[in-house]
Structure formats: C-alpha cells, structure tokens
Design a protein around this ligand. Structure first.
Ligand SMILES: Cc1cc2nc3c(=O)[nH]c(=O)nc-3n(C[C@H](O)[C@H](O)[C@H](O)COP(=O)(O)O)c2cc1C
Length: 177
C-alpha cells in the first residue's frame, strides 16, 4: 500500500511521520545511566546515530519527558548497549512506559560507573558533549570514551515490529570497512 501525505502548511502529522520513518529499518539499543542519587535509568532507543569518528561521537534523540534523558543530562554520562536478536525481551522491558525498567535485574557496570546491558553486541560508554532541544525531542550528543563489541545476530526494528537481519552474503563495502 502507498500513501502520500502533505498539507499546504507542510505539516506532517505525528502518526504519518512515525509510519513513514518506520520504513527505515534500524537496530535496537538500550541507553543507560546512573542518576546522581545512584538510581539506574535505562530506555530502549532506535534513534541512535553515529555522528563523528574523530572525535568518536554519537547521538540519541529522547522524547520530551523521557526519564532517562533527564538522568543522562544530569549525570553527564551514559552507556549504549546495542542489542542482540535474542534480547527482544530486554528491548520490551526497557520500552515499557513508566515502569521500573531495572526492577529485578542485577546491575552490571562498565568501566565508567554506568550500568550496561550484559551480553549485548556492543557497548559504547560516553560522556555528554552537548544537548539541544529539537521539536518535541532532546538530542544528546555523546563522546565515546570506551567501546566493546562482539560477533552475533542483531535485533532489528521495522514498521513497529522486532525482526532479524538477513546478510545477503556479499563482500563488505570496501570504503566502509
Ligand atoms: C524499538 C523501540 C525504539 C524506541 N526508540 C526510542 C527513541 O529513540 N527515543 C525515545 O525517546 N523513545 C524511544 N522508544 C520508546 C521508549 O523506549 C519508551 O517510551 C520508554 O518507556 C521511555 O522510558 P521512560 O519510561 O523512562 O521515560 C522506543 C521504543 C521501542 C520499542
């Protein structure tokens, strides 16, 4: 099915924006931090983007009011755990609105005193470089201080559903790796 949406003002409504961008397949990650009072926060994200290689920087877009965003900005540090395909339950846990996402989970820490999701495909430990408000989101730019990654199948997200990534078996792009 194809749908075209436009308006004289150029304003696209939120559901149309979400549906249309939902065609962009992404991975799934959990952003975690430790608030100044010592409480862990974390939430599932797919707005993760690599920004710069030198220095190594990434960004995450947080919806206005997301509890983890406030804690990240306040503490000045956070970790990104890129999830493996078998970690869909973790993605669902950290996406449940208003819940205590860490309830019943043993805390595992990276080397920068920030909790991480164990057994994820990658961990990136970051300090907050800056943040800016963009519409109804806050964009947080992080400088990557430490990374750790392993082989494995990634968790994918497309059209509002979790899925698996299929490798077509072609050679890696030479300019990329
Ligand atoms: C696959 C997936 C990706 C998500 N990506 C984002 C994101 O990039 N930014 C965001 O603000 N919320 C995102 N969410 C929604 C948050 O995970 C969810 O609202 C979470 O409960 C917010 O945490 P909080 O309850 O601590 O505010 C995503 C949810 C899912 C399932």
């Amino acid at each position: 099915m194809s749908t075209t949406t436009s308006s004289p003002e150029g304003a696209v409504d939120p559901m149309t924006m979400r549906r249309t961008m939902g065609r962009f397949a992404t991975g799934v990650a959990v952003v975690t931090t430790l608030a100044l009072e010592g409480k862990p926060y974390g939430m599932t994200v797919n707005s993760l983007t690599s920004v710069s290689l030198t220095p190594p920087m990434l960004l995450v877009c947080f919806a206005e009011g997301a509890r983890t965003a406030d804690a990240v900005i306040e503490s000045g540090r956070f970790a990104v755990s890129i999830l493996a395909a078998r970690q869909e339950p973790i993605a669902r846990r950290f996406a449940s609105r208003g819940e205590e996402h860490f309830a019943g989970l043993p805390l595992t820490f990276g080397q920068h005193h920030v909790p991480i999701v164990p057994d994820a495909l990658s961990h990136l430990e970051c300090t907050v470089a800056s943040h800016l408000v963009a519409g109804d989101h806050v964009v947080v730019f992080g400088t990557v201080q430490r990374t750790c990654d392993r082989d494995g199948e990634p968790l994918a997200f497309l059209n509002g559903r979790f899925g698996d990534y299929t490798d077509r078996g072609h050679e890696p792009l030479p300019w990329f790796f």
